[in-house]
Design a protein around this ligand. Structure first.
Ligand code: GDP
Ligand code: MG
Length: 414
């Protein structure tokens, strides 16, 4: 598997040209963005990654989702080269193939999985022999059915995914999440002439929908935030966002430390924050940098260049030259007929920009990354890094596992 593969942005329009390789020394802003597979690394607030050092690498995604073609991985190459060791290539043990008639073990079967941890010695399990420190299987026992067992449980339970959208008003935040989930998951209302208009967001608002696909239910919560940086004085304007994120950690912690805690704690924690960068100008604004610096300590941030169809190829090149920008996206709820197919797109002077066409924009890459290859990773990083950091600090400050008072929520100081 090739690592640190540089990511290229395709361009739209007849005069499309491939963007040159990323500059070797792009700008450094000291921003920690979402790092897949970060669990073995120290919490993100201890790292000082430049946004500019992000590169895209495929790895687990391919193993887990063979059907997806090259989903991107956002890595901060500087640290990943030191922290991520390529998996050791080991010869596979000679295990007899699973007989085709063998199904998942029944829970009532006399030698079912209940034997695990129940005092049954490995030596007495039929089919297991020992060779040195490891063991060689002499027949199929069904370990691999754990995957099917897990699949069934997940299907039954469903899962939560909470995504926050942040950026200036009118950057296409609501449109993009609707495009991502192919439905009206963002807030909308009926405007003049029966047209659906997305209302301007004036406060942080979470809207939940249950989406089902292939028998799997996902409770998707979109947390919409008011136009970020719209005011003249934007000092500390990330505070309400940071406060909201920490409040969700606090809620979760309270449930967790309850003596009679729920079997399944409702998860309102923000798993991912899509940060929308304006397509105007050729680099990040100071406010973008400040926001990402502050918030990357508490949440997974994925920066996107909004409305990338409004940029010329030169402008995009300029942007790319200055910062390594992962996803230049386009959102739309309008369909067009292109080559006999109905596709979501936006009409421009030089033709229809197809949202899902990787030659036109990076929407499909973002979608694959966010949903098809790293959704679970985003949730795990939220739990194991961001929440864990909050929890440790919170319990530490509290002097142990004392009851947590309601007015004790840690806010922007994390
Ligand atoms: P929000 O305030 O950030 O939520 O922005 P909206 O999603 O409400 O979109 C604001 C306006 O921008 C609407 O008229 C959208 O049709 C338009 N828009 C949304 N996404 C795009 C895009 O990718 N490209 C272009 N050119 N316009 C967009
Ligand atoms: Mg909106």
């Amino acid at each position: 598997m090739e690592r640190n593969e540089q990511h290229k942005t395709p361009q739209v329009g007849p005069d499309s040209t491939e963007v040159a390789e990323q500059p070797s020394q792009p700008q450094s802003h000291g921003i920690d963005c979402y790092i897949p597979g970060q669990m073995n690394i120290s919490p993100s607030h201890e790292l000082d990654h430049p946004l500019s050092s992000m590169t895209f690498v495929d790895e687990e995604a391919e193993q887990l989702h063979d059907d997806i073609t090259t989903p991107p991985r956002v890595y901060l190459s500087m640290d990943m080269s030191e922290s991520i060791v390529p998996p050791e290539v080991r010869p596979k043990p000679a295990v007899p193939a699973k007989p085709p008639h063998v199904a998942a073990p029944s829970p009532t079967a006399p030698h079912g999985p209940s034997g695990l941890g129940g005092g049954v010695g490995v030596d007495r399990v039929p089919g297991l022999g020992h060779s040195g420190s490891g063991s060689t299987l002499l027949g199929y026992i069904g370990i691999d059915t754990i995957i099917e067992q897990m699949r069934k449980k997940t299907m039954k339970a469903g899962f939560d995914f909470n995504i926050m959208i942040v950026g200036q008003s009118g950057l296409g935040k609501s449109t993009l999440v609707n495009t991502l989930f192919k439905s009206q998951v963002s807030r909308w209302s009926s405007g003049w002439g029966g047209e659906h208009k997305i209302p301007k967001t004036v406060e942080i608002k979470a809207v939940s929908h249950v989406i089902e696909e292939g028998g799997v239910k996902m409770k998707l919560t979109v947390i919409d935030t008011p136009g970020f940086g719209d005011l003249i004085n934007n000092e500390n304007c990330w505070d309400p966002i940071s406060k909201y994120i920490n409040e969700q950690y606090e809620k979760f912690l309270k449930e967790e430390v309850n003596i009679a805690r729920k079997k399944r704690i409702p998860d309102t924690r923000v798993h991912c924050c899509l940060y929308f960068i304006s397509p105007t100008g050729h680099s990040l604004r100071q406010l973008d940098i400040e926001f990402m610096k502050h918030l990357s300590r508490v949440v997974n941030i994925i920066p996107v260049i909004a409305k990338s169809d409004t940029m010329t190829p030169d402008e995009k090149n300029e942007f790319k030259h200055r910062e390594t920008m992962p996803f230049a996206v386009v959102g739309s709820d309008k369909e067009f007929q292109v080559n006999g197919k109905r596709v979501l797109g936006r009409k421009t002077a030089w033709g229809v920009v197809e949202v899902e066409n990787p030659n036109h924009c990076e929407f499909a890459l973002l979608r694959d990354f966010l949903i098809r290859s790293h959704l679970q990773d985003l949730k795990e990083v939220t739990h194991n890094i961001h929440y864990e950091t909050y929890r440790a600090r919170r319990l530490n400050d509290n002097g142990g596992l004392h009851p947590i008072s309601a007015n004790n929520t840690q806010e922007s100081n994390l």
